[in-house]
Design a protein around this ligand. Structure first.
Ligand code: UTP
Ligand code: MG
Length: 503
């Protein structure tokens, strides 16, 4: 059976007719359905961008609501369409000859082989980033999914928008990363107080609630219900409404994205913008963040399961802090970015000052010429000996501060400055991070690690440099391998229970 789908305002996705045209649209992305389940539609999905809304509308007019014998369907018309070839079960993809671009990252052992062929550690770092970063197609697919979900939310709030934030758009996204979204109701017209005309004021009659949080919870609850019952491709909807930041978590099956939908989370949008800005200031920022994130994932320092692990967001802030501490500094402090801000940049959200400059040209960088190899080695050395017991990481000041609380790891939230973004991290996980930094720093000082591989083992080049750091049997195998073998099940279960209590 052939399948396909969707659109974003001017964009339409559907499966190409075998050898046929994509009508008036321009194909921008195609990929294999990532989740293949029994009875799930299979085939190639194609994102097609149309020149105007009318073309999309005319295509939708031709689409029919399928009648399936013995099954009922919710007649919700989304822009996810299937193109079926009548009278045939052939997949259009088999005949189209179209190459599909992978939308997921390659396995770590493949990456290690790829990196081992490079000639310098700098090239390895660049190659790792290029392999793992989001492709343009994948980024567009993320905006598309937001727009499809927006259509559903708009049934209740016609002027709402759903926007991506976090690693999907901050420049540090890896293929396969989750899709964080915010339901934005601030743009709804009429929210700003108007001057009453002639002493009269006309207002909407609204339902009232006890707090902003209660409003967010009830809106997400209803939208969650709607996604679960009517949202094509939305499966496994969980309402996590008692978390500090209430959210809906679900899988969008056609795109393969794991989605988190929040509302009223404007500070997270600001932190996304800030990370994007830092990533754009100097290319070494993104290279180092990608490398450290990948290294951490390869050794189970980070995890896709919530728990006592260090998060990618925390790791990113740690890299930024390290780059602020170089001499001369590679990136400026957040306080400096705030001082450069103009009147239009002023932003105070729920009492938190989120102001920083948006005009990149106002930012003068110091001239630091350190190579990626030097920075990587120094990063591990820096955190191998950081005084985590006493000091807090603070990118606002660009200097470590005394820890205000007794958690193992303290990283000040850049905007909500009374919060610690790594409050979840326990001592065991911090110790593992420090031990791995020590071992990685040591490995990078060994001449055999630093020498590009000249010979290959059974067709594969011998791992060297960064590739060695990603090998589980190398890093973590020297001092802490025994310790790690004893702990995984108990530590992981404990972490999971802790995180469930928090959410
Ligand atoms: P995520 O935990 O999803 O991180 O938080 P991420 O940066 O997207 O990384 P991966 O790829 O999913 O692992 C999403 C965003 O929420 C904000 C940050 O902007 C982060 O990028 N955030 C998260 C905060 O502002 N504070 C936090 O404590 C956590
Ligand atoms: Mg994310």
């Amino acid at each position: 059976m052939a399948s396909s789908f969707a659109v974003c305002r001017w964009t339409q996705i559907f499966v190409r007719r075998p050898g046929g045209e994509t009508r008036t649209g321009r194909e921008i992305c195609s990929h294999q359905l990532p989740l293949q389940r029994e009875n799930a539609p299979q085939g190639t999905h194609v994102v097609v961008e149309f020149a105007n809304r009318e073309s999309v509308a005319s295509l939708l007019e031709e689409a029919a609501i399928p009648s399936i014998s013995h099954e009922a369907v919710v007649p919700f018309k989304s822009r996810l369409l299937s193109l079926k070839k009548l009278g045939s079960l052939d997949s259009p993809n088999q005949q189209s000859g179209q190459q599909c671009k992978p939308q997921t990252s390659i396995p770590i052992n493949e990456l290690i082989k790829r990196l081992s062929r490079e000639e310098s550690i700098d090239q390895q770092v660049t190659s790792l980033t290029e392999t793992y970063q989001l492709t343009e197609e994948n980024s567009r697919l993320r905006f598309l999914v937001c727009s499809l979900l927006q259509d559903i939310a708009a049934a209740y709030f016609p002027e709402c928008t759903i926007k991506p934030f976090g690693s999907s758009v901050n420049g540090f996204g890896k293929l396969g990363c989750d899709l964080d979204m915010i339901l934005d109701l601030d743009g709804i017209s009429g929210r700003k107080a108007k001057t009453p005309k002639g002493g009269l004021s006309l207002e909407y009659n609204l339902k009232r609630a006890n707090s902003e949080r209660a409003v967010t919870q009830s809106i997400l609850s209803v939208i969650g219900e709607c996604l679960d019952q009517f949202g094509p491709g939305c499966v496994g909807v969980q309402k996590i409404l008692n978390a500090r930041c209430p959210l809906l978590r679900f899988a969008h099956q056609p795109s393969g994205f794991q989605c988190d939908l929040t509302a009223n989370n404007r500070v997270a949008i600001k932190s996304t913008e800030l990370l994007y800005l830092y990533g754009e200031l100097d290319p070494r920022v993104r290279f180092l963040v990608f490398t450290v994130r990948c290294w951490a994932r390869a050794h189970g320092i980070t995890s896709s399961i919530p728990g006592a692990w260090i998060t990618n967001f925390s790791l990113t802030v740690m890299v930024l802090f390290f780059l602020q501490k170089r001499s001369p500094a590679i990136i400026p402090t957040l306080d400096h970015l705030k001082n450069l801000a103009g009147p239009a940049d002023k932003s105070v959200i729920e009492g938190n000052d989120c102001t920083f400059v948006s005009d990149f040209s106002k930012i003068q960088l110091q001239s630091n010429t350190e190579t990626l190899e030097q920075l990587l080695r120094e990063f591990f050395e820096f955190y191998a000996s950081f005084a985590f017991n006493k000091m807090s990481i603070n990118i606002r000041k660009g200097k470590e501060q005394n820890k205000p609380e007794v958690t193992p790891l303290h990283i000040q939230n850049p905007f909500e400055t009374s919060l610690n973004i790594s409050k979840n991290v326990n001592a065991t996980q911090l110790d593992r991070f420090v031990a791995l930094c020590q071992e990685s720093s040591w490995l990078l000082q060994q001449s055999e690690t630093n020498t590009p591989s000249l010979h290959s083992k059974g067709g594969s080049p011998t791992p060297w440099g960064l590739a060695t750091l990603l090998l589980p049997s190398q890093v973590g195998g020297i001092k802490s391998r025994k310790k790690r073998r004893l702990e995984p099940a108990s530590v992981r279960i404990k972490s999971l229970l802790e995180s469930l209590k928090k959410s």
